[in-house]
Design a protein around this ligand. Structure first.
Ligand SMILES: NC(=O)c1ccc[n+]([C@@H]2O[C@H](COP(=O)([O-])OP(=O)(O)OC[C@H]3O[C@@H](n4cnc5c(N)ncnc54)[C@H](O)[C@@H]3O)[C@@H](O)[C@H]2O)c1
Length: 437
């Protein structure tokens, strides 16, 4: 394939070299003449393991040329990868000057081209940039229509500096954000041999890149905070974190990574409080750990606000315990939600198949009596009555049968707030207002 690459920094230069190695004809474009001169003479513009030999080899093969002429590069290629920098502006926002200016040039270059072209954005971009900013620029400047005369997609880059060629050859996966079959076909051809390809929406692909980087930052910070606390407690942090990583069931797994409601129960909140107290007593600052309970509280407040925003006064709650399948009400966020809604003067009915007041004992009983003392008058044994008598139904149960029953008995005037799963809520028929996250 004839491919042009715009921006010959870490991402662009490595992609240029690897795609040329794989047999493609490459045109590299940059505004930095020094980088162009280096590549022209067979030298790498970035310091990366394996790049010295690879650039020399692919340039000698004759499959690589470089230019600062955008128009020529677009005309002489079928696909363009856009890898220019998207650094931080002083206020923390993304500085999109380079990508916007380049996209204008790409659009103008496309105007004079009479064959289809694929633009693959690889720079990290805030969600919405491709569809709301870049695609309109391409259409305006070229006078052409996306999906018809040219195609656009977003393919986040996952390589890490230092191991970039190895990461190019063994990515975690290839993500293609697109609405275009032509884009998917082209990227399958280029990257299909490297492993799994997942096709998603452009916005999700843009967001995914941030999400992955933020998650990596979170993991590093978690390990480092744990180490600081371990050090203060005289515990070996490596021993602890090695064992943390050996649990592939709950720790290094997809467990706890599905969006849903706030956490609660008899363990997580109390153990976090104790951790924060341990660190406070030893003057160890753990900003990440101390932010978790406040963040969890924000999530609960978000649900309260969503119920109140409906303007409806009769609320039915399906679920009360801190998770489905147990009658443990201690620190259940659903109990706190119920307490707040009652406090706001809303009327409430509750259905939870596991919660039987007569069987609640000890701390469990004390917790509910402290937060919702008249819970006995709100609990109903039948699901149907709760649904019938409510204008807003808050679903905190993960039981599929309960959810199916709800779907069959909803009226057009009712709202549903599904705290368990947004994809599940989408399966409800269209009469239901989408009030979920
Ligand atoms: N560096 C990484 O490890 C990495 C990994 C994943 C994603 N990313 C993302 O990829 C993008 C590129 O990162 P990078 O580290 O390669 O950047 P970089 O700063 O090393 O390189 C960007 C290049 O773009 C060139 N450029 C600027 N305007 C141009 C224009 N109009 N036409 C042609 N070239 C132009 C610059 O001269 C520079 O050579 C960023 O959005 C970054 O967030 C980087």
């Amino acid at each position: 394939m004839n491919i042009s690459i715009f921006g010959l920094g870490y991402v662009g230069a490595v992609s240029l070299a690897c795609l040329a190695r794989d047999g493609h004809s490459m045109i590299g474009v940059d505004i930095d003449e020094a980088k162009l001169a280096l590549i022209r003479s067979g030298k790498t513009p970035v310091v990366e393991e394996g790049m010295v030999e690879l650039v020399a080899r692919v340039v000698a093969s004759g499959r690589v040329s470089v230019t600062s002429d955008t128009t020529r590069a677009v005309r002489e290629s079928e696909t363009s990868f856009i890898c220019v920098g998207t650094p931080s502006a002083p206020n923390g926002s993304q500085d999109q000057n380079a990508i916007v200016n380049l996209t204008r040039e790409l659009g103008r270059a496309l105007r004079g081209k009479n064959r289809a072209h694929l633009f693959v954005y690889r720079s990290t971009l805030v969600p919405g940039t491709v569809e709301d900013v870049l695609r309109p620029i391409l259409e305006k400047e070229s006078g052409k229509k996306e999906g018809q005369d040219f195609h656009v997609c977003f393919q986040p880059e996952f390589l890490r500096e230092g191991t970039s060629i190895r990461d190019y050859d063994k990515p975690p996966y290839t993500i293609v954000g697109t609405n275009s079959e032509a884009a998917t076909t082209a990227l399958r051809m280029l990257f299909g041999h490297l492993g799994d390809i997942h096709v998603t929406s452009i916005r999700s692909a843009e967001m995914l890149k941030y999400c992955c980087n933020n998650f990596h930052a979170l993991k590093i910070t978690f390990a480092n905070e744990t180490a600081r606390l371990c050090e203060a407690l005289g515990v070996d942090p490596f021993e602890v974190m090695d064992l943390v990583c050996k649990d592939k069931q709950l720790n290094i797994s997809s467990a706890y990574l599905r969006p849903g409601f706030a956490f609660g129960g008899s363990c997580l909140p109390k153990d976090l409080r104790a951790t924060n107290y341990m660190s406070k007593m030893r003057d160890v600052e753990l900003p990440l750990h101390t932010s978790l309970l406040p963040s969890n509280r924000v999530h609960l407040d978000h649900a309260i606000a969503k119920v109140l925003a409906t303007g409806k006064r009769r609320v039915g709650m399906l679920g009360l315990s801190f998770k489905s399948g147990t009658d443990d009400l201690r620190e259940s966020p659903l109990v706190l939600l119920a307490e707040h809604l009652i406090g706001k003067g809303l009327s409430l009915l509750v259905y939870d198949p596991e919660v039987h007041l007569s069987q609640l004992l000890g701390a469990n009983r004390r917790f509910i009596e402290q937060h919702v003392p008249h819970i006995g008058s709100l609990l109903r044994a039948g699901l149907e009555e709760v649904i019938r008598e409510s204008d807003v139904i808050v679903v905190g149960l993960s039981d599929r049968r309960v959810f199916d029953f709800l779907g069959q008995h909803l009226r057009e005037d009712q709202f549903v707030l599904d705290l368990v799963s947004m994809p599940r809520a989408r399966t409800l028929n269209a009469r239901v207002a989408g009030l979920c996250w």
